[in-house]
Design a protein around this ligand. Structure first.
Ligand SMILES: [Zn+2]
Length: 417
């Protein structure tokens, strides 16, 4: 057989095998399906063969490109299943206030926080090219860190036109660069200044925005920020039920600073994932396990905000909740694009094993975006989204931290880095 790309001699081919065709739970998260001295063949956009190098070489007679992965590991590309990547400005001054001890909610109440990014994003939307180019630069960087699929939320426009503009920018980014993007409408991220003390009116506006987003086919998911100072579970219910009726899939931000009941609501409505979970009750964990709701954990947030309050990952795994990892890339609470850094934090601060963290950042994150059938593991028939890391064992991935270990990125069968 003659193929397009052959990768051979990998010290570990980390397939993260997807045996159950659903997000991994409990002990399954440890099962990375490692093939030592592994090889894989790519034809077009797809993986066509995997196995030990000596066996693969008996069937593959020629390849247009051969990559020798000696002393390296080969992984599925990372899936960053929670980002807010399109925004204006940056918030380093707020970061300094945090160093001085002010809390996120205090900064939010002083019209800082999300609303300051909304102001800057609205300004930049006057010439959408600027925002678009900036997002493009972020995505280019993300790729060099090994992310091949990502979600992007709106939520820094908070008016009908600006939210639609943001959805349109995401749609254009899907066409203009190689990372597969999933778009999420997050009109209920905060209540904008012009609706201060008129929250019910703003919720009605969000319902209108949903209608428009749906008609124009721009969003796949609807998300709501359930938190003190943002939206209550009751308000979130109105928005999410409407979104569901319109055929959108659901996500929630819940338990970032308080356990408000967002977890129970998300599980009840059949959300694909509930994200953050730094605060979650035992009952919430049980419900998520029962409904197989994926818990997307974002350890970069408590790290950057210096709250030291991390999601109880070990308890979640014991309870049987499938967990995924993501950056939550945004200017206020997590300015990093590196899934490698997130894996390093998850192991240190939430006590995930390296294998669990890798499952959470690949296959489980792919299921958190409903893309588990296409990506997230290295299997015949799945898309060739592959990264080669300059380390001989997967245990070294979280060990070397804040360094870029990625040597090569293959997206849809094309070597792009
Ligand atoms: Zn977020």
């Amino acid at each position: 057989m003659i193929v397009d790309i052959l990768i051979k001699n990998a010290s570990e081919l980390v397939t993260v095998r997807d045996t159950r065709r659903s997000a991994k739970t409990k002990g399954d998260m440890e099962d990375l399906g490692i093939i030592r001295n592994g090889a894989l063949a790519i034809e077009g956009k797809d993986i066509v063969a995997i196995g030990e190098t000596n066996k693969i070489l008996t069937t593959i007679t020629r390849a247009k490109t051969v990559i020798d992965a000696t002393d390296s590991i080969v992984l599925p590309g990372f899936v960053d299943c929670h980002t807010h990547l399109v925004f204006g400005g940056s918030r380093e001054d707020e970061f300094i206030q945090k160093i001085e001890g002010k809390s996120y909610l205090e900064i939010l109440q002083r019209n800082g926080g999300i609303l300051s990014t909304v102001e800057k994003t609205r300004e930049d939307l006057a010439s959408p090219r600027v925002l678009m180019n900036r997002a493009q630069t972020f995505l280019d960087k993300m790729l060099t860190f090994g992310t091949t699929t990502a979600e992007i939320k709106t939520g820094y426009g908070l008016s009908t036109q600006s939210e639609l503009d943001l959805l349109n920018i995401i749609a254009r980014l899907k066409e203009s660069q190689p990372i597969d993007l999933v778009s999420t409408f997050l009109g209920a991220h905060a209540v904008p200044k012009e609706y201060e003390n008129r929250k019910a009116d703003y919720i009605r506006l969000v319902l209108d925005m949903l209608e428009r987003a749906k008609t124009e086919g721009l969003a796949e998911y609807c998300d709501v920020f359930v938190e003190e100072g943002a939206f209550s579970p009751l308000e979130a219910r109105t928005i999410l039920k409407q979104a569901k009726k319109q055929g959108l899939k659901l996500k929630l931000h819940a338990g970032e600073f308080n356990d408000m009941g967002g977890v129970e609501l998300g599980a009840e409505l059949g959300a694909t994932s509930i994200d953050h979970l730094d605060y979650i009750s035992e009952r919430g964990m049980e419900l998520m396990a029962q409904k197989k709701t994926i818990g997307v954990l974002l350890p970069g947030v408590p790290f950057h905000l210096m709250t030291n309050k991390y999601a109880p990952a070990r308890k979640l795994i014991e309870a049987g909740v499938p967990i995924a990892l993501a950056t939550d890339f945004n200017p206020g609470s997590c300015p990093t694009l590196s899934m490698q850094m997130i894996i390093a934090l998850a192991c240190r601060q939430m006590k995930l094993t390296p294998a669990e963290a890798i499952s959470a950042a690949t296959i489980n994150a792919a299921y958190a975006l409903d893309r588990g059938d296409k990506t997230g593991s290295i299997e015949v028939g799945k898309r060739a989204d592959i990264i080669v890391l300059n380390i001989p064992r997967h245990q070294q991935l979280p060990y070397w931290f804040a360094m870029n270990l990625v040597a090569k990125v293959i997206k849809n069968g094309v070597i792009i880095y």
